[in-house]
Design a protein around this ligand. Structure first.
Ligand SMILES: [Zn+2]
Length: 215
């Protein structure tokens, strides 16, 4: 039985959600900012050194700042969307300047693109390219569990990720949410706010309507 645990620290706005998936292989989705809280929470479930992958939905600081410390503590391989690699190390593109911090520096062990599948055992995560919130954002869908890890592309209750407000970014975001709206989703694990299993397809349709309204 696959387990998913939300393992990030408590800061509601300064840290993205971090999910621990425990399957035959364990993986983190995103890395947040507070490595010691994350490692503590992971340690309640498994030995952190059993984490095989740290999969990043996008390159924003609130989702990646803890990567160097988490990578050192776990030895996990870091994977990120192909389209995000060029923005790593940039304090504006990652938004690290908002925190008065330097961009996180770490090596990438692999890049992901649309159609890639990450096999964890019982679960296989399909990579869906969902640009808009950032140029190379990805979402991850698990078809058996109908679970969607949406990063900052969309959030519960009809919310959406902010964009750079260029027409192109908004158009990309609408298209990306259209893609996600075509899935059958039972459980949504968003990059911020709480996971939800309450009429998720309807919630995603509300996000799509909202994104179209700013188009
Ligand atoms: Zn973000």
């Amino acid at each position: 039985m696959v387990e998913v645990h939300k393992v990030n620290g408590g800061g509601p706005t300064h840290e993205g959600n971090v999910y621990l998936i425990v399957d035959e292989v364990a993986a983190l989705i995103d890395a947040g900012r507070d490595a010691s809280a994350i490692l503590h929470n992971v340690g309640e479930v498994i030995d952190p050194r059993d984490i095989e992958f740290i999969i990043l939905t996008h390159c924003h600081h609130d989702h990646i700042a803890a990567v160097p410390a988490l990578k050192a503590a776990t030895g996990a391989k870091v994977l990120i969307g192909e389209g995000e690699v060029c923005d790593l190390g940039d304090d504006v593109a990652t938004g690290s300047y908002r925190y008065g911090e330097d961009p996180a520096e770490f090596g990438i062990d692999g890049t992901l693109e649309e159609g890639d599948i990450i096999r964890l055992g019982e679960w296989s995560l399909s990579v869906i390219g969902t640009p808009g919130h950032s140029p190379g954002s990805i979402s991850l869908y698990e078809p058996k569990a109908r679970a969607l890890f949406s990063g900052d592309t969309l959030f519960p209750h009809g919310n959406i990720g902010r964009t750079r407000r260029s027409e192109e970014a908004v158009r990309d975001l609408v298209r990306s949410i259209e893609r996600l709206a075509s899935l059958d989703v039972l459980v949504l694990y968003p990059g911020h706010m709480e996971p939800t299993d309450d009429e998720v397809n309807e919630q995603i349709m509300a996000s799509l309507a909202f994104a179209r309204s700013i188009h």
